[in-house]
Design a protein around this ligand. Sequence first.
Ligand SMILES: NC(=O)c1ccc[n+]([C@@H]2O[C@H](COP(=O)([O-])OP(=O)(O)OC[C@H]3O[C@@H](n4cnc5c(N)ncnc54)[C@H](OP(=O)(O)O)[C@@H]3O)[C@@H](O)[C@H]2O)c1
Length: 293
Amino acid sequence: MPDTPTRTALVFGASGQIGDALLARLAGEGWQVFAVSRDPRPSSTGIVWLKGDFAGIAGLPSSVDVIFSTGPLDGFAQWYARGDVIASRVVAFGSTSLDTKQASGDAYERDIVARLQAAERTVFVTASACGAAATLLRPTLVYGAGRDQTLARIAAMGRRMGFFMLPRGADGKRQPVHVDDLAHAALAVVDASATHGQAYALPGGETLAYRDMVARTLAALSPPVRLWELPMPVFRAVLGIARMTGAMRGLTDDAVARMREDLVFDVAPARRDFGFAPLAFEVDARALGEGGR
Ligand SMILES: NC(=O)c1ccc[n+]([C@@H]2O[C@H](COP(=O)([O-])OP(=O)(O)OC[C@H]3O[C@@H](n4cnc5c(N)ncnc54)[C@H](OP(=O)(O)O)[C@@H]3O)[C@@H](O)[C@H]2O)c1
């Protein structure tokens, strides 16, 4: 039987929470990977780290089979439009923030949405101009590597304070998606021709209320941490005091309001086109930043 040729990939954002999980899968499946980081990193079997950023990368190959983007999409889109590396396939991560933050009252969040939209457009237009096929993957709330900005941060705060506070009625539905399911999806779309030129929401396998997601996270800590649910006016007053001390600045009024909104996406297109079957929400030690999974 003839040997299958080794497939090659260029991965942006490879040191990030999704990138890290993707690298492990690619290396495990025998790919030759060129991984980009702004910091120097030691290469290992199947993985060559290239130092650089979107302005310039030393040692880039002239072509690869697939380019994966698991870092900032806007920087990647601009780099890709320059056409430095030839690839017939491009798989890039965007975000469901595109939908959930479109009508935000926060100008910064609306700017993120505009940049995501422009970046997705650039990726599709560039791919089409060079005869490549692009697929955009938009995760919901990402967790699992203990490095995310939501659950890992809540776990760290709960651990530090010994309790955690939410406003009452934080019952908006969420679908946290695990980094390993996202890495699996990125590989699954590569050979799925139905995904060419398409964008997919990638929700997790369980839909649950925001407060339950937080409560399960705090309960998994060792020792478990208590969740206090405060009437909204009291929560806002406490938040105001915290902001005056320089804390909790990232928790905007819009983010608090969204805790009551359902941010729910249909898994059906991703399931139909590349068999996406994410696991139910499970917080383990790794997701809490406490060790391996
Ligand atoms: N986290 C979430 O909840 C979430 C939700 C939905 C969608 N997403 C999307 O999924 C993708 C990956 O998310 P992630 O949280 O895994 O990524 P991340 O950890 O934020 O970033 C991945 C890597 O990208 C590189 N990077 C960051 N800023 C950069 C810059 N300005 N220039 C060049 N490189 C930069 C960094 O690598 P080096 O430091 O090694 O250079 C970083 O480790 C992103 O497109 C994100 O928008 C994330």
